[in-house]
Design a binder for this molecule. Structure first.
Ligand code: NAG
Ligand code: NAG
Ligand code: NAG
Ligand code: NAG
Length: 423
């Protein structure tokens, strides 16, 4: 991992009294993007028709590539899929965060009937440590959905953003919302998602996560603020965000140790569930039938990323909670300059963080007693879709399922297979 010498500037800026974001992690810089992630190569917790590949298999199949300026994650576009599902990748950052400004510059995202891509962040003990879904949608969806999922006691206000509030209670079991709906703000501009996003060369999603709010801005290609290009982002200069999650919610207790995830799955609990009610139904009777038999239809189902950077506000103490694995130090090799004034930001830097590819994705620890009936209850949304009004193509689309639902599934599977230990 690349650590900027800019870290030493924290010291200088902190004396001026205004918040300044400083680069913490530049995921593409060293050209070893995938060494900073773990590959999820077991079943999709959201029941997708997908065969997630490990790193070597993904490499062999040319599904992944990485340089210092571009990273791509593709799916199999050549073969009729086996019953295991279409080959794809899902990766989780080895490092976890407790705050930050996460800036993704993507020039292309996966699109098309049957697809369900997501760029998101998730913590352990789901939902107690929270989930932030930054880019997510299914099939021929035309605008982005942004969603938080939490434990009880987090609701958001309907003000301060340009998107449209779909649901305001982030609690996954909020009584008056579909199960797992979470709190959601939907974009309406088509360049925020899917084909229009890609036709415009994509753009930048910037997610600012502080103790008081989680804000998401989208800047289409051609309208990216110069302070992002310069590496000194200033969210205060960006205007009203697309999504602004704030309100009666202690953000710092509901969101902790989040890891960054990219994935592309197919069908399953969301894309598959709404297949018959959307425009894709004209192409095949079922989502699985379509995904299995039309490899060339997935040539646009890929992520192409120009940059992924995580910044921290001046004075921040880097999180040391990344899962253990090896003793590889990413800090000891960093060109870090000890602060002459010994600020918190510099003095609390950890000696080591782990970067081992042996790390498994965050393993949710059960926060409740899962039972068969809980599962049935949890997945009750299949039957009572709560109707996301913004979701034009597919009226009963249960964005409620979202990527978060998988954490519940993961808990349940985990417990059925192994009892209460780690996966
Ligand atoms: C990766 O996946 C391939 C194909 O499924 C398998 O043969 C190989 O053993 C796996 N490698 C590791 C390290 O798990
Ligand atoms: C949210 O809205 C309520 C009711 O209008 C208000 O009392 C509260 O101050 C708002 N919270 C924030 C963080 O803006
Ligand atoms: C992580 O490393 C520390 C220090 O070596 C050790 O005490 C702790 O048990 C480890 N945690 C895990 C989950 O392996
Ligand atoms: C920085 O400050 C801390 C707390 O006062 C102190 O323990 C530590 O020794 C200082 N480090 C340096 C390098 O001065």
């Amino acid at each position: 991992m690349h650590f900027s010498t800019l870290l030493s500037s924290v010291v200088l800026l902190s004396t001026t009294g205004w918040a300044q974001y400083v680069l913490e992690d530049d995921y593409l810089a060293d050209g070893n993007f995938y060494s900073l992630f773990s590959f999820w190569d077991t079943a999709d917790p959201t029941n997708g028709f997908v065969a997630y590949q490990n790193q070597s298999a993904a490499q062999d199949a040319n599904l992944i590539s990485a340089s210092a300026t571009n990273v791509q994650m593709k799916v199999d576009t050549e073969n009729v899929a086996s019953s295991a599902g279409r080959a794809s990748v899902r990766i989780t950052s080895n490092k976890a965060y407790d705050s930050g400004l996460v800036i993704l510059d993507a020039e292309h995202m996966p699109v098309g009937c049957g697809t369900w891509p997501a760029f998101w962040m998730v913590g352990p003990n789901w939902p107690s440590k929270g989930e932030i879904d930054i880019i997510e949608g299914v099939n021929e969806q035309t605008a982005n959905d942004m969603t938080l999922h939490t434990s009880d006691g987090c609701t958001i206000n309907d003000s301060g953003f340009t998107g449209t509030l779909t649901t305001d209670d982030c609690y996954v079991q909020a009584a008056d919302q579909g199960t797992n709906a979470g709190c959601q703000i939907a974009a309406s501009d088509s360049n925020t998602y899917g084909s229009s996003f890609n036709d415009n060369g994509g753009g930048v999603y910037a997610t600012e996560w502080t103790d008081s709010a989680i804000s998401i801005w989208f800047f289409p290609r051609g309208s990216i603020p110069s302070d992002i290009d310069s590496g000194w982002p200033e969210p205060s200069s960006w205007g009203t965000p697309l999504a602004y999650f704030h309100g009666d919610c202690d953000i710092s207790s509901h969101f902790q140790s989040l890891q960054i995830v990219f994935d592309t799955t197919f069908c399953g609990d969301w894309a598959g569930n709404v297949w018959s009610s959307g425009s894709c139904a004209l192409k095949a009777d079922t989502c699985v039938d379509y995904v299995q038999n039309n490899p060339s239809a997935f040539s646009e189902a890929y992520w192409s990323v120009n940059a992924l950077k995580v910044y921290q506000a001046s004075g921040y103490s880097p999180n040391t909670a990344a899962p253990n694995a090896s003793t590889t130090s990413i800090w000891s090799s960093a060109p870090f300059i000890t602060s002459p004034t010994n600020t918190t930001a510099s003095s609390s830097l950890p000696e080591t963080l782990t970067t081992s590819s042996e790390l498994v994705p965050a393993t949710p620890t059960i926060a409740f007693a899962p039972t068969q009936s809980y599962e049935q209850e949890t997945w009750g949304w299949h039957g009572h879709g709560h109707g996301h009004g913004h979701y034009r193509d597919e009226p009963s689309a249960s964005a409620s399922a979202s990527a978060s639902a998988e954490a519940v599934k993961r808990h349940l599977r985990h417990h059925k297979r192994h009892g209460a230990g780690r996966l």
